[in-house]
Design a binder for this molecule. Structure first.
Ligand code: HEC
Ligand code: HEC
Length: 281
């Protein structure tokens, strides 16, 4: 005797086919909404500077995304976009992604084979590895120091310097033009016995040792080779060691991404202090 559902093989297949759309509905909804090819184009234009076009990142502080699950990537991107997950560099990038972009890039990264070698890294994009930014010959004499910043999070004190071109524009309330040149000296703070920074009479940490010169400078056409989603008009960035050597492992993309949201302030965090100092001169 045949069971109620015995019937023919064809009939059973028909039942299954009828049930399939229901069973797979959530997965299909994602697959239909996501376009991995469009995701690839977006990744090459907007993510490769840090995560590599193949999802293997360029640096140890940037995660590999190749082979990661699409649902996880989408959730993280939504959280980074909304601010629920906070990261200044990636937040600025995620803010520019539409829900469709998020589905597409997640599908693309998920389709890639994971990084096969431990420690594998993608090369820096040529346009970002190169920098036009120079360390001025004698900024302590020829620039104006316009702000001091304590950084208790990393036990540093920082001195910010600007050249005449930047100061003049700031005084007149104009955006900082080509030729503007800003130097941020990073000093490790002197620590007391409890490894707390020692505060000087001026309220700022006492500088112990110069660590880096972080420099930003603006020149005609300098933004040309920079990916659009992180471009700071014609500003570029560089880090120089205390020996005045360029630090070639620095990924300019991270500087650009974190300063990008300050587009109304000439991409500088310190525009207010710069303007006040310029007006006092
Ligand atoms: C300027 C460098 C930079 C660019 C460009 C960039 N990212 Fe990121 N991304 C980061 C950094 C740094 C992190 C780690 C953030 C953290 O530590 O919370 C990150 C984290 C992520 C994460 C979370 C990964 C995880 O394991 O949780 C995702 C997803 C992501 N990025 C996707 C993208 C996509 C998509 C793009 C291009 C549209 C992109 N990123 C472009 C630097 C970048
Ligand atoms: C995570 C965000 C972030 C990243 C990444 C970043 N900056 Fe900044 N930058 C800041 C903040 C915040 C300030 C304000 C001073 C301070 O807090 O140290 C600043 C200030 C500066 C200034 C002084 C002018 C201004 O904007 O106020 C220079 C020059 C500068 N950064 C250069 C760089 C360079 C070069 C890099 C890349 C190696 C870089 N920055 C990467 C956040 C960032």
């Amino acid at each position: 005797m045949q069971s109620r559902f015995g019937g023919s093989g064809a009939r059973r297949a028909g039942l299954l086919a009828a049930a399939l759309p229901l069973l797979l509905a959530p997965a299909l909804a994602r697959a239909q909404g996501a376009d991995a090819a469009a995701g690839r184009a977006k990744v090459e234009a907007a993510c490769a500077a840090c995560h590599g076009a193949n999802g293997v990142s360029v640096a140890d502080n940037i995660p590999n995304l190749a082979g990661q699950k699409a649902a996880y990537l989408e959730n993280q991107l939504r959280a980074l976009k909304s601010g629920a997950r906070r990261n200044a560099v990636m937040g600025a990038v995620a803010a520019q992604l539409s829900p469709q972009d998020i589905a597409n890039v997640a599908a693309y990264f998920a389709s890639l084979p994971g990084a096969s070698m431990a420690g594998a890294k993608s090369a820096l994009l040529p346009g970002l590895a190169k920098t036009s930014v120079t360390l001025p010959a004698d900024h302590r004499k020829t620039f104006i120091m316009y702000q001091t910043v304590n950084r208790p999070d990393i036990n540093q004190v920082r001195y910010l310097y600007a050249n005449d071109v930047a100061l003049r524009a700031a005084r007149e309330g104009r955006p900082l033009p080509d030729g503007s040149h800003l130097v941020l000296e990073q000093h490790a703070a002197r620590l007391d016995a409890d490894r707390k920074p020692i505060v000087g009479p001026d309220g700022f940490f006492v500088a112990d040792r110069l660590v880096n010169y972080a420099v930003m400078e603006r020149g005609a056409g300098w933004g040309r080779d920079i990916p659009e989603n992180i471009r700071n008009e014609d500003w570029q960035y560089a880090v120089y060691a205390p020996t005045r050597e360029l630090r070639t492992t620095v990924n300019q993309a991270e500087c650009l991404a974190c300063h990008k949201p300050l587009d109304k302030d000439s991409f500088t965090f310190s525009i207010k202090a710069l303007t006040e100092a310029a007006k006092k001169r």
